[in-house]
Design a protein. Structure first.
Lengths: 337, 337, 337, 337
């Protein structure tokens, strides 16, 4: 029997960064060069963000992260008030987190599917339909008007709270409970899009629910205006990174003289040379007035390795103790415009 | 005097693939291994797409392409009916193409700024304001309802047609003239977002223009339903790639049994190992029922080198002759729902 | 004061994997996907190599590793009999390890220089001369004949043992003491080359010391013939990886029917698509009869992060206890041909 | 029938850069940004090297290049005196060029094998033995003393000249004819190593041929001393790049105050962030006194695409006309020490 087959039989468990401390190994990495040293510095900056009680922490997620075993890390961040807002690709929030929360996939099966990157291919057609139909059903219950993705994902969280999530930890559900807003600026670009298209097609000629990406941007900008000190914890690049960086400029356009993001860390394996934004350095963002460079660090490492080390470090340093929920989600609902 | 300074003084010209034939070098590459061979195969597949008169060609753009010198290539593709729909990041369409078309940057300055990747940093605040205000102004003229990005970009093209574009070639303007729809599924994630946020803030409490990303997805899906044979020409990955691939599934959700994308080529330097979609192989899309594998090819090369060779090859092979505009943009307007 | 300046003032310490256990975090990574899971599997394979008492462990080093903070990790591997032979680029062994052991750079200065990748640039000309001259001096004491790099590095170790190394841990010195052979198949391609060229120029027309790379290959092959069960622990690719893999074939050429390498792990960020060997997969080596695929794993991660986790895991699992030195270096000296 | 199968049936031809001019497309790339612009600048620097009649051009080869379809490009460079010395990995020179020149593989088969990167795996055991035995046979005819790889490869060229190469173009044969020295600093790290090990084993206890890597370095250094103005054309990184850069320092160690390499271009897809030398920038080499930065350019592109464009450009610019062979190989033989 090979190591591989033995490995697959091992009991599955999402990585729990609250259990064993990684502080010693991360501190040891701080004495080294290259990526180890960068990772340590990013971890200390995240810890510093949490200790700075003025700072609102915005977590940006791109890439397959939830189903890769990081769901519990993010859920623990929400539960312990280590994050105040999330900007994500739709795939993490809908296809991975919400889909599992509906009980359509158990963790064992999910992980097994994931191992050879065949996740997408083996999901049962029928199960997919259940997810589409749930989104469609939620959409049909809503007042036909433009929604921010933040509002819509809030409705998804409410649905889970009322019907009961089928998994131990759900980002959508935990964020709903802690009033942490989740934005997906390209919300149709995931399986939620299928349910929304189905809703719009069925409402032919009648008022429909629509997903207003401008409203997403407006809402996130208003958070920056209300809470001037901010830090970005970016995993991957893409739209979430860009979107969260740009709110500094958007606030200026609205006539508010807000400071740049005070802290910024990014974990990525994107290459700086390909002309795309995912790999653009934080220095560039800085020269454009988006990110201060005093506390910024890019870490060139795949997220499954770097995230448990960085979040684990900050968790066990306990700089977050005494931090409470900023309740940004309900704050946005209240001043609805 | 160094080569560098001499180089910067040279007269600027967007690459014109219609002038000199690259057919011999691309054919020679077909005899080699690795990326050269892949590039040749991608070029022949694009030529094949154009000769297949049933096939609708969807061009997907991610990364800084327009301002990197490829604007004229895409404009020539539109003018010669070598493309039927475009799905892009907002940065290419708004920050680069539309911004230049307003005459805010001349090509010389643009390119010079670009050279050291400082494009974003040196744009004048005042010029930026002009772009924001133009978007804001266009938005204010519209009926306050949800728009697809395709509709909104059509209004931008109309504005350029009426006020006169200040540059030789503009994608937005050419696409407007040829009735080629342009979709930006994350439209607020570019400087258009600033103008839209300004509009929504100014319309406090009153009906507003909103950007409906679900409508984007629904419209592109309807094109697939109407024109079952499709080919994807993807430059970079990100949201445009994902969005265009997913319309096959969305069509099924709406009850239409459409075939997979028949042709698919992608140019990227994203790494397959980072868990993000940009580098996911076309084989994966295939196993999920989105892309047929008979005519698919990924080319691992930076776009500024690969695009002129691939499009230049197809241009000089002249398989596109006799191809006419599908007028998909007005077709969508007509069956507006 | 910025985090950066604070960071630089922190006391320097090479990472000590023997102090705190990383077993829990590495085991947690085994439950995840992508690189985390690969890293865990590589760690378990290394542990398995050590528990397999027939297996000779060959460590391959390419890239700047010693001065990046991994010196103590490798020294601990030697001291605890977790490695039986080393194949390395010359830079790690001569420019970094031996250079420091001569006391020409203290650890603090070395690391500081390294931080911005300026290591090579700031070394004092005079200090460089001392290293060259030491190599030249050692060479002059030798019998003028062809040497394997293994023999020459053994003389460097003897020199350190006799004159006293100036640093806490030196790979060259520890390997000399534990009779672990070190091979640098491209030995002239480092600052040792300068001393050797000076020697050969000075010996104009007279018998000279020469560095016989064929002898290196012959010696390493003889180790494979004597100890058929072998495992490779490869950090980076390049010549060391290729050289160590090829001894299986070389043994066959000499008429010995030896098995493939039974275990193989590689840590690299080289890309599989560039046509170079560093990124060639272990599957390829396997199809060529060099590496068995039952226990093989590639980890896509920068070495400063992955090595402390993998070696730390194996150290704290203590599968190496009871393992003794194979004394391969003196074994090769004895059957000198 | 798929494009793929059609493609495989196409007649095979090594890329011939002398036939069709790529000057227009390369010049057009000079107007763009990113890699296209870098490629153009590298091409103009190579043209400039050739027009500078003082300059000796050193070509560095790493990665699978010969069998990927670039053999004829390099042969044309030698025949037209566009290169004065070559530093390469052994695989290009022995496993690919010499192996084919022995007629053991025809081009069709070679390329087909290469296509799915299975080159190494499908070579017939018996054919491999012929190559080993040829090397072994050549070695046995030599005086038993230390040889530089340059001397040994010269003997291989002589063997081909006397017995007749079986392929249209062989680097080893053309270089022998034009007296262009070829250095493989890690010569045993290719299938030549098998023949050399067989020779040394058979000569047990008797004087043997040995491969002296220090002599390689000494010889290349002497060329730099004799011909102070030099330019590097590096394809890939690894040992050849490092070796060729270091001769500037080695010349200083020998007491000669030589200038840095005046020109340097490198084509690579290695990442600057991995701590290995392949991706280290030319700026670093510069700060260490090895490479002048006035005329240096790195091109991030796979070699099969970039090399035909860069060499084709320089060929058709015809700056090499009137350039003659420097006969460095016989020059080194004459002052043999």
């Amino acid at each position: 029997m090979t190591v591989k087959s033995e490995f697959l039989k091992a009991p599955i468990e999402h990585v729990d960064i609250t259990r064993d401390s990684v502080v010693p190994i991360v501190e040891a990495m701080g004495q080294m060069a290259y990526s180890a040293r960068d990772l340590h510095r990013a971890a200390t900056i995240y810890d510093r963000m949490l200790r700075d009680r003025e700072c609102g922490v915005i977590l940006c997620l791109a890439g397959s992260l939830i189903s890769a075993g990081l769901k519990r890390v993010f859920a623990d961040m929400i539960r312990n008030h280590m994050v105040d807002a999330i900007v994500s690709t739709g795939a993490n929030i809908v296809d991975q987190d919400f889909f599992e929360a509906l009980g359509l996939l158990d963790d064992d099966k999910l992980r097994e599917l994931h191992i050879d990157r065949i996740y997408d291919t083996l999901i049962d057609e029928d199960e997919l339909r259940v997810c589409d139909e749930t989104i469609h059903k939620i959409t049909d219950t809503l007042d036909p008007r433009p929604y921010s993705s933040r509002e819509f994902i809030g409705e998804m969280g409410k649905y889970l709270a009322e019907t009961g999530a089928k998994t131990g930890a759900s980002i959508v559900l935990e964020a709903y409970r802690e009033e942490v807003p989740i934005f997906c600026p390209a919300f149709s670009d995931c399986s939620a899009g299928f349910g929304l298209v189905a809703h719009q097609a069925a409402r032919h000629g009648k008022p429909k629910v629509s997903l207003d990406s401008a409203k997403d941007f407006y809402e996130l900008t208003r958070l920056k205006v209300k809470n001037e000190s901010t830090g970005l914890f970016m995993i991957g690049g893409g739209v979430p990174k860009n979107f969260a960086q740009d709110i500094v400029v958007a606030a200026e356009v609205l006539g508010h003289d807000v400071p740049m993001h005070k802290y910024a860390i990014q974990i990525t394996v994107a290459d700086v040379r390909d002309g795309a934004l995912s790999g653009s350095t934080l220095k560039e963002a800085s020269s454009w007035g988006k990110v201060d460079t005093t506390y910024e660090q890019m870490v060139y490492c795949e997220a499954t390795i770097a995230v448990p080390l960085i979040v684990g470090y900050a968790y066990h340093k306990r700089g977050w103790e005494g931090r409470t929920s900023r309740k940004w989600s309900s704050s946005l609902d209240k001043d609805e415009v």
